[in-house]
Write a protein that binds this ligand. Structure first.
Ligand code: SF4
Length: 442
């Protein structure tokens, strides 16, 4: 029987925080710890927090409180960790606090509370590390931090400026993941298009070859590994154009997650968004000409200070014209320490709600239209789940990222398992999902 100390983990926040959690688990596992899925079975609990906006902070503080009352031994890490005073004031019983990607401090705090017990039978870590996502898809974090200074965001003050990983290190990790069964690599960072800028696009050796830490090179190299490659958090800079050719050639998925946040020049300038001077509508149109299958996901903020009705209507029209396939929307919320708090022209809550509803309505109209265009097509999908009662498989197409986008529902899916890549014919669509039946490849 294993005597390994058991650690519980509560992981909150975005995929970047999830990757931090995976690194912490991998290190602890290599040191002989094991894990408990519940508070009762854990010797101590790590809470990886999110501190992006006030509601996320509140959720993190609640999660810490719950872990203390259910387990008692709690260490806190992640984005909210930079506000140690707030955490300690709210929850004085917390044992240790560290910030984002401070893996070593987390591991030291675990050692201080429960020293590791060496056990050769539990010290085995698979070469791809421990993952919190299903085996068939993995987040691949290419950099930490961000050198932009968007006025509503405090991430650079929490996570620091951009620090890119060497290209070879990213590629070796991607290769290990693919060997271990990953069929989809989701590239994440705070600003994927800026990859390598901080290290002057340095070269490193991958399998004896020089590879450059540059956005296009990364896309091209990952595209050779035999898995789907999906790009998140890209900005519409001119150098992104070249990656669209790779999409048209089926090297990487025809999918771009671009957090546009707005379309009005005035608002984008006040937000200090990267690429706010670019002619994005023209750029999107030319991308779609090169790669008609391209799907664009984006998020938008409504009710930013100073946003006029005209700015907002421009945004609604823009979403229609750019044919944004998938849209998420947030009502602007001030974040303590953000520069945007000094901007005049706060928007009343009821106006923010109303704009939110109108934006989601417009986004849904676009989504309905875009998805209807897929009916009749034969496509490959990756299966995430199986619903036994309905005999349906829940899958995703190249146009759908996990968790945030829609699904492809396959009926009469006997024998289909999560992780399978199957060919289906789309026979129907609704606002967010496609409906399909298995078929032979074209
Ligand atoms: S790009 Fe802007 S919003 Fe995104 S992390 Fe950097 S500063 Fe924050």
């Amino acid at each position: 029987m294993s005597t390994a100390p058991k650690i519980g983990l509560v992981s909150l926040g975005c995929p970047k925080a999830l990757v931090d959690s995976e690194r912490i688990l991998t290190t602890l596992r290599a040191q002989g710890y094991s894990f408990s899925p519940d508070y009762a079975g854990a010797d101590m609990v790590i809470v990886n927090t999110c501190g992006f906006i006030d509601s996320a902070k509140a959720e993190s503080l609640d999660a810490i409180g719950e872990a203390i009352s259910e387990n008692g031994k709690v260490i806190v890490t992640g984005c909210l960790g930079v506000e140690e005073e707030l955490i300690r004031k709210t929850h004085p019983k917390v044992l240790a606090v560290s910030g984002p990607h401070q893996y070593e401090q987390v591991v030291e705090a675990v050692h201080a509370t429960i020293p590791p017990v060496h056990d050769p039978f539990v010290d085995l870590v698979p070469p791809e590390g421990l993952k919190l996502t299903p085996k068939h898809y993995s987040y691949l974090k290419i950099s930490e931090g961000c050198s932009n200074r968007c006025s509503f965001c405090i991430i650079p003050s929490i996570r620091g400026d951009l620090v890119s990983r060497p290209m070879a290190s990213v590629l070796y990790e991607a290769e290990r993941l693919v060997k271990a069964g990953t069929k989809e690599l989701l590239v994440i960072s705070q600003d994927t298009s800026a990859y390598g800028q901080d290290i002057k696009y340095a070269t490193s050796k991958f399998r004896g070859r020089d590879v450059r830490a540059k956005f296009y090179d990364m896309c091209a190299e990952l595209g050779e590994l035999g898995a789907w490659v999906r790009l998140h958090y890209v900005y519409p800079y001119p150098h992104v154009d070249a990656a669209i050719d790779l999409m048209a050639d089926n090297k990487i998925l025809p999918y771009l997650d671009i957090p546009f946040q707005h379309a009005s020049r005035t608002v984008l300038k006040a937000m200090r968004r990267p690429a706010n001077q670019e002619k994005t509508l023209d750029r999107i149109k030319s991308w779609r000409k090169t790669c008609p299958d391209l799907a664009i996901r984006s998020t938008f903020i409504v009710g930013f200070p100073g946003e006029t009705e005209a700015d907002f209507e421009l945004l609604l029209d823009w979403i229609g014209e750019a044919e944004i396939d998938r849209a998420g929307c947030f009502e602007y919320e001030p974040v303590a320490g953000a520069k945007a708090n000094d901007i005049d022209g706060a928007i009343p809550d009821e106006v923010k709600h109303e704009r939110f509803e109108r934006l989601m309505q417009r986004a849904q109209e676009v989504s309905v239209k875009r998805l209807a265009q897929k009916v009749g097509r034969t496509i490959d999908v990756l299966v995430d789940d199986f619903d036994v009662t309905e005999n349906q498989a829940i899958a995703r197409s190249k146009w759908d990222a996990p968790d945030v986008d829609g699904n492809v529902i396959i009926d009469n899916a006997d024998g289909v398992k999560p992780g399978d890549m199957v060919t289906v014919k789309v026979h129907d669509s609704d606002a967010y999902d496609l409906f399909a039946t298995q078929t032979a490849p074209d």
